[in-house]
Design a protein around this ligand. Structure first.
Ligand code: GAR
Length: 200
């Protein structure tokens, strides 16, 4: 089985969904490490409760993005991490990091990419007045919110809904499709041809 790390900066509800799926055997890979850039991330408490090793690497201790990324790479190599799952990790990784793990970094984004890139996608889509939005799981490449798409699922915006009710619907879909995507990747069911991801 492959070893993987989850990177999270905040609440970690996607981390929790992945922890639960690993426990149930629905993600066939070993979640060995949780990495955070934020010492007060609730994700760290979730890792502790699940007995998963976690590390905090704070950007403030490093002169630039590359040296921060090199420190994380060092820790990933120590733990023999094969692939990385970003789950609400609110930092942009440098090319140094991305080139080290080509097509081995997954990300989840709470919109249908390429629409509503960025850090406030649910709010941006809601305020734009879209009738449908959704969730994207994709590989990371050197452009932000850009790499090949693994899975997408649509969410309807209810005419009487609020931003909070939309967020709730989006998160529920995230917690369903992210573990599924991680499992497909871990079992070698994903092949990439240019921008197109084929799942068998
Ligand atoms: C998730 O909704 C994820 O899609 C989003 O952050 C949230 C993290 O929640 N990521 C982005 O917006 C990335 N641009 P969580 O900490 O509860 O998993």
């Amino acid at each position: 089985m492959m070893n993987f790390a989850v990177f999270a900066s905040g609440n970690g509800s996607n981390l929790q969904a992945i922890i639960n799926a690993v426990k149930k055997g629905r993600v066939r890979a070993n979640l060995k490490l949780v990495v955070s850039d934020n010492p007060s991330a609730y994700a760290l408490k979730r890792a502790k409760k699940a007995n998963i090793r976690s590390i905090v690497v704070e950007p403030i201790g490093f002169p630039d993005r590359e040296s921060f990324d090199r420190e994380i790479i060092k820790r990933l190599e120590q733990e023999q991490i094969d692939f990385i799952v970003l789950a609400g990790f609110m930092r942009i990784l440098s090319p140094v990091f991305i080139r080290k793990y080509p097509h081995k970094i997954l990300n989840i984004h709470p919109a249908i990419l390429p629409a509503f890139k960025g850090a406030h996608a649910i709010k941006d889509a809601f305020e734009y007045g879209v009738k449908v939005t959704g969730v994207t799981v994709h590989f990371i490449d050197e452009k932000v919110d850009h790499g090949p798409i693994i899975l997408q699922e649509l969410v309807k915006v209810s005419p009487r809904g609020t931003l909070a009710s939309l967020e709730k619907k989006i998160h529920a879909i995230e917690h369903k499709i992210y573990p599924k995507a991680v499992d497909l990747f871990a079992r070698g069911c994903i092949k990439i041809h240019g921008r197109t991801v084929k799942i068998r």
